[in-house]
Ligand binder design. Structure first.
Ligand SMILES: *[C@@H]1O[C@H](CO)[C@@H](O)[C@H](O)[C@H]1NC(C)=O
Ligand SMILES: *[C@@H]1O[C@H](CO)[C@@H](O)[C@H](O)[C@H]1NC(C)=O
Ligand SMILES: *[C@@H]1O[C@H](CO)[C@@H](O)[C@H](O)[C@H]1NC(C)=O
Ligand SMILES: *[C@@H]1O[C@H](CO)[C@@H](O)[C@H](O)[C@H]1NC(C)=O
Ligand SMILES: *[C@@H]1O[C@H](CO)[C@@H](O)[C@H](O)[C@H]1NC(C)=O
Length: 354
């Protein structure tokens, strides 16, 4: 039996303690992110992702009176036909290796016809380093969708512990291996009305696991966490999406990940006529994503913003001299957890012998 599995059977949750690496929140939030500073040449959306000074000047990236971070689409400029609308795409300067955990607490997600927001991670030399889509949706989709994107060979076999709805299983296909969130209020106006909630993703050599909790269900371990505290996953329950390593060796398909937060408009997914018209055919006179939304006053983008309380990153690495490893170094959960938890193992062995 695997060492940490043995431990977790004996002492549930003990092996799942993570140490804080970064707390991104409030006025310091943007300090360690890079702004894209170019039009969307990646997903071909009709936006210019501003550079940092312009994003601050135009107040598309800001911290509001509540101390929450706002990342938004321009909803105040008149955009003439054939021009793009301003938005924001930011990427962490740090990379996060196996053994990392991300916890994202938000009160509002961008939504509306043509709007395509995402909070996701990507490895080096895409798609070789892999991609993890934690929050993503388009147009009027009522719920969130998770996906991995990889080179061929990573398959998502649905484990019994997953609460989400698996649709596509081959992670190398263009849509990735999709899992739909089934819990209510994971996206759109429902998410906002419920005062948002928390998404979390665990990036481990045993698998990639993603959770969502609406505000009223956020577990005590997260509610009680602080910018400096460690966190224990033992009250988290089963993940919504569970990509176990048996049919997808995580180490083979995923390199160190950087996190990206972005909003684009139309483009390769939200703007595909079939996808767009299915939800938004009645949103404007032409039935075309760009014409009916991007062009004009921008008054239809009042809900196209993220409002983020915090993004926290964690690692399983042992505190002390080796603690820096999560910032691009190799941190490997289960190995290093031994150093912290060996006294508990002894206790566990004694329990089994009794
Ligand atoms: C997108 O634009 C940036 C900045 O000009 C450039 O460095 C990058 O190579 C472009 N990417 C693609 C896929 O065209
Ligand atoms: C799961 O996804 C499939 C394909 O998108 C859909 O037809 C089905 O209704 C979904 N199931 C639930 C319970 O939402
Ligand atoms: C997959 O995870 C299991 C524990 O669940 C571990 O024993 C095994 O070594 C891992 N395999 C790979 C290829 O990482
Ligand atoms: C833009 O949207 C925000 C809400 O996200 C709203 O407070 C503001 O009034 C809107 N601006 C304009 C010019 O409508
Ligand atoms: C993580 O640990 C496992 C077993 O303890 C080992 O097989 C694997 O090579 C390690 N991975 C890294 C990235 O150090």
């Amino acid at each position: 039996m695997h060492f940490s599995l043995l431990l977790s059977l004996l002492l549930p949750g003990i092996t799942s303690s993570y140490n804080i690496v970064d707390d991104f929140s409030g006025l310091d939030f943007f300090d360690r992110w890079d702004f894209y500073g170019n039009y969307d040449n990646l997903t071909l959306g009709d936006v210019v992702w501003l550079d940092e000074p312009t994003a601050f000047e135009q107040e598309l990236a800001l911290v509001n009176a509540a101390g929450n971070v706002i990342i938004k689409v321009d909803n105040f400029s008149n955009v003439p036909f054939n021009q793009k609308r301003n938005s924001v795409r930011i990427t962490t300067q740090s990379s996060y290796d196996l053994g990392s955990l991300w916890v994202i607490d938000l009160v509002h997600l961008p939504f509306g016809c043509s709007v395509w927001p995402s909070i996701w991670t990507l490895g080096p030399d895409w798609p070789n380093g892999g991609e993890i889509d934690i929050i993503e949706g388009i147009n009027l989709m009522p719920s969130n969708q998770y996906a991995l994107h990889t080179t061929p060979g990573c398959i998502h076999t649905t484990p019994p512990t997953q609460t989400g709805n698996s649709t596509l299983v081959d992670c190398s296909q263009p849509s990735g291996c999709l899992v739909g969130e089934l819990a209510p209020n994971s996206f759109q106006s429902g998410f906002a009305a419920a005062d948002g909630g928390v998404y979390a993703a665990q990036f481990d050599y045993t698998g990639i696991f993603i959770w969502f909790w609406t505000r009223s269900n956020v577990p005590p371990s997260i509610v009680g966490s602080t910018p400096t505290s460690s966190i224990d996953l033992s009250d988290w329950g089963p993940p919504s999406a569970s990509y176990v390593n048996t049919s997808c060796p995580i180490e083979q398909f995923f390199g160190p990940q950087k996190m990206v937060i972005d909003i684009t408009l139309c483009g390769e997914w939200a703007g595909i006529p079939a996808d767009y018209q299915q939800a938004c055919a009645g949103a404007g006179p032409t039935g075309i994503c760009y014409n009916d939304n991007v062009v004009g006053s921008g008054a239809n983008y009042n809900d196209a913003y993220f409002e983020i309380k915090s993004v926290r990153t964690y690692t399983t690495a042992v505190p002390g001299p080796s603690a820096g490893v999560a910032l691009g170094g190799k941190s490997n959960g289960s190995g290093s957890a031994f150093e912290i938890w060996w006294p508990w193992l002894l206790a566990g062995m004694m329990l089994t012998m009794m």
